[in-house]
Design a protein around this ligand. Structure first.
Ligand code: GLV
Ligand code: MN
Ligand code: MN
Length: 402
């Protein structure tokens, strides 16, 4: 599976992935998914929100039961790693292979899912496919989201042959899901420190993205006196530094990883700077405090430089505590395989976190020895990935085959 998937959307220059939703690289990933499902005789469907599902229907279904779903996403951040998302999808297919090999048959349908636009790299809102499914974003708001070229989510969906008018929550599908288990590469190095190949998620920090626009006045870099300038780069810079200070004080994380200066001339004062604050904290009060202090600095500094500052939240995910009963069943299934998984909180966002508001959800993490993620250097050793597949197969056996 990796051999066919790894070249898709990889930049020769950086070695990173650029699999943005509904672009040719993403469409190729979707074709890969369909092919892998077809190899296994799984029934594939694209739901109304652009999420892909492959179903393994039981020959002898247990009466009156729902479905068990596993999977992750195939899209990437700009220059992302190979594992963030795809490891969960590849492992899901591989886990069904293990069950087949062991002649273990499901009595509940097993769904393998690839959620759309998990990273929000194209349309700005993380976990867009799972948010639409659960109703965490309205169809109207989602349709109007735009990419960097001004293409709306609705237009991109239509260009991919999907109907943007049909998007929105799917309570029927959700009501049938008894459990969603997402396997994911760990995006830190906690497991490496604990000498464990596989871990289980406890919770996800509340987190979100805020876009801050600094509007100033373009002018000549060689003739405009410093005192006459309305340079939006200055309050932007003050805001970046304040974010680091406030995050340290509050015990949280703040990152400016994306910034765009207009018009982008080396010899002109910018007319405008747009910047994206990614903020995450152990609890919602601290997240609120962090964002309010950072935006207050932006506004104050903007005023002192004659720059207008506006900010808006692009996506927000509340704190997630994963379902305790499901976690106990996951841990028990792993114990049967002789695995004693550490239970970890994480600051990374996942579709499982969004699904957790609607269905019992759980996560398995696979060790990442360096902890590097959202980077071409992201890596998990093959033997750890294999341990992840064995763990996931054990969980699917417990949840869907008994
Ligand atoms: C997803 O990877 C996120 O936490 O940004
Ligand atoms: Mn990611
Ligand atoms: Mn991910």
């Amino acid at each position: 599976m990796w051999r066919s998937l790894l070249p898709v959307g990889r930049s020769d220059r950086t070695g990173g992935y650029r699999r943005f939703s509904f672009t040719p690289a993403d469409i190729e990933c979707r074709d890969w998914f369909r092919l892998e499902a077809a190899h296994r005789g799984l029934r594939v469907e694209t739901d109304r929100n652009g999420n892909l599902w492959a179903w393994w229907d039981p020959e002898r279904p247990a009466a009156g039961t729902g479905v068990v779903v596993t999977g992750s996403h195939l899209d990437s951040v700009p220059d992302g790693g190979a594992f963030d998302g795809p490891l969960g999808v590849v492992s899901a297919f591989a886990a069904t292979d293990l069950l087949v090999k062991a002649r273990v048959a499901p009595v509940r349908p097993i769904g393998v899912v690839a959620f759309a636009e998990e990273e929000g790299a194209r349309f700005g809102m993380a976990c867009l496919g799972s948010r639409l499914l659960t109703g965490a974003v309205t169809a109207e708001n989602a349709r109007a989201l735009t990419d960097a070229d001004g293409v709306t989510f609705a237009e991109a969906m239509a260009a991919a042959g999907l109907d943007p008018e049909a998007i929105g929550p799917d309570p029927d599908l959700l009501s049938r899901i008894e459990a969603f288990v997402e396997l994911h590469v760990e995006q830190g190095s906690a497991l490496a420190g604990m000498d464990a190949a596989v871990g289980v998620a406890e919770s996800i920090w509340p987190h979100g993205r805020w876009r801050i626009d600094f509007a100033g006045r373009a002018d000549h870099a060689g003739t405009t006196k410093l005192t006459d300038r309305r340079d939006p780069m200055l309050p932007y810079a003050a805001t970046v530094l304040a974010a680091r200070t406030v995050a340290t004080e509050v015990g949280s994380l703040a990152t400016f990883g994306r910034v765009a200066a207009q018009p982008g001339a080396a010899n002109a004062i910018s007319s405008a700077v747009s910047a994206w604050l990614d903020a995450r904290a152990p609890d919602e009060e601290r997240l609120k405090e962090l964002v309010s202090q950072v935006t207050a600095v932006a506004e104050l500094s903007g005023t002192s430089h004659g720059v207008t500052v506006t900010s808006r939240c692009e996506s927000l995910t509340p704190a997630v505590e994963f379902d305790l009963d499901l976690r106990d069943r996951v841990v028990a299934a792993l114990a049967e395989q002789g695995i004693d998984p550490p239970v970890l909180p994480t600051g990374a966002g996942h579709d499982a976190g969004v699904l957790a508001a609607a269905v019992p959800a759980a996560m398995l993490f696979v060790r990442n020895r360096t902890g590097v993620s959202h980077s071409p250097a992201e890596h998990a050793e093959p033997e750890d990935c294999e341990a992840g597949v064995i763990a996931l197969a054990a969980v699917l056996e417990e949840l869907a085959c008994r």
